[in-house]
Design a protein around this ligand. Structure first.
Ligand code: NAD
Length: 280
């Protein structure tokens, strides 16, 4: 089986560079889907309170027979729970649903600019969660450079990771550069632009050159840039396809041609304006 390299986070915790995302995996299908992903070889699962499927991830882990140390689980604080006391309470719900004592990485899901709770307050609660040992690492998601700089100026712990939308149509070089400068690992969500990149002529040409699929070529582009990825698919065949990234390489000209596809092409919400509060 191909082995997935680890990336070392700024507190020494290691995260597999390739994982499996479960956004939009229905709760009733999550256990079986994640068990399939474990069978394929994935050992890093990306879930969130908002996805409503942490319990299914926990059931899959329990049934898998895998050791706790062999599986890396990320979850994210829901937009509803940014208040200090809410965050401290809700991490316990995550741990209970996952059936673990400690999550490997816990993220603030969105900065939420329009609510009256400052994300700096939320981050201070995240620091308490970390100090209490309920998360091996803490980080953020959808934070832009100015958000990261405020945390750097006003709080004690540098986030271990920043999970943001990245794919060849939206590369976020400024946020990647700020993250790198501050020692924050970058995680690329929607790494294949929810499928929209897969019929791009440049991607298909590179795929043809290396004898791989469009999805493999785009995911490999992320890997060679050093970002962490966790494509989502409920099909076993695609899980296998997306796992096959570590036995081929793109050359510099192939990387450059894919990088040339930047077009400010967001497929998800803009963190500057996104203020969605899910109904609970
Ligand atoms: P993605 O880029 O992984 O694309 C998923 C879509 O592509 C699905 O429709 C899937 O069926 C299809 N697909 C997957 N592999 C394929 C293949 N080999 N060939 C053809 N089609 C394929 O998009 P995503 O699910 O939005 O992102 C991945 C993960 O990122 C999520 O599951 C979640 O864990 C995370 N995420 C985080 C945030 C955030 O705000 N932090 C937002 C969105 C997603």
């Amino acid at each position: 089986m191909t082995s997935v390299p680890n990336i070392t986070l700024n507190n020494g915790v290691e995260i597999p560079q390739l994982g499996f995302g479960v956004y939009l995996v229905p709760p009733e299908d999550t256990k079986e889907t994640v068990l399939s992903a474990f069978e394929v070889g994935y050992r890093h699962i990306d879930t969130a309170q908002m996805y409503g499927n942490e319990a299914g991830v926990g059931q899959a882990f329990a049934e898998s027979g895998l050791a706790r140390d062999d599986v890396f689980i990320t979850s994210k604080l829901n937009n509803t729970f940014h208040a200090h006391d809410d965050a401290l309470r809700e991490i316990d719900g995550t741990l209970e649903r996952l059936g673990v004592d400690q999550v490997d990485l816990f993220l603030i899901h969105w900065p939420m600019p329009g609510i009256d709770i400052d994300y700096v307050e939320t981050w201070k609660a995240m620091e308490e969660i970390y100090v209490a040992g309920k998360a091996r690492a803490i980080g953020v998601s959808n934070f832009l450079s100015h958000h990261l700089r405020r945390l750097d100026d006003e709080t004690d712990i540098v986030p271990a990771a920043n999970q943001i939308e990245i794919h060849p149509y939206l590369q976020q070089q400024d946020v990647r550069a700020t993250s790198a400068e501050l020692g924050i690992a970058v995680e690329a969500w929607s790494p294949i632009a929810q499928g929209q990149i897969l019929d791009d002529a440049v991607v298909l040409a590179v795929a043809d050159e290396v004898g791989r699929t469009a999805a493999q070529v785009v995911l490999r582009w992320h890997v060679q840039r050093g970002d962490i990825v966790f494509p989502k698919s409920m099909s076993r065949e695609r899980m296998v396809e997306n796992f096959g990234l570590f036995d081929f390489e793109l050359d510099q000209s192939q990387i450059d041609r894919i990088t040339g596809l930047e077009r400010d092409g967001r497929v998800g919400p803009d963190p500057e304006t996104f203020n969605w509060i899910p109904k609970s």
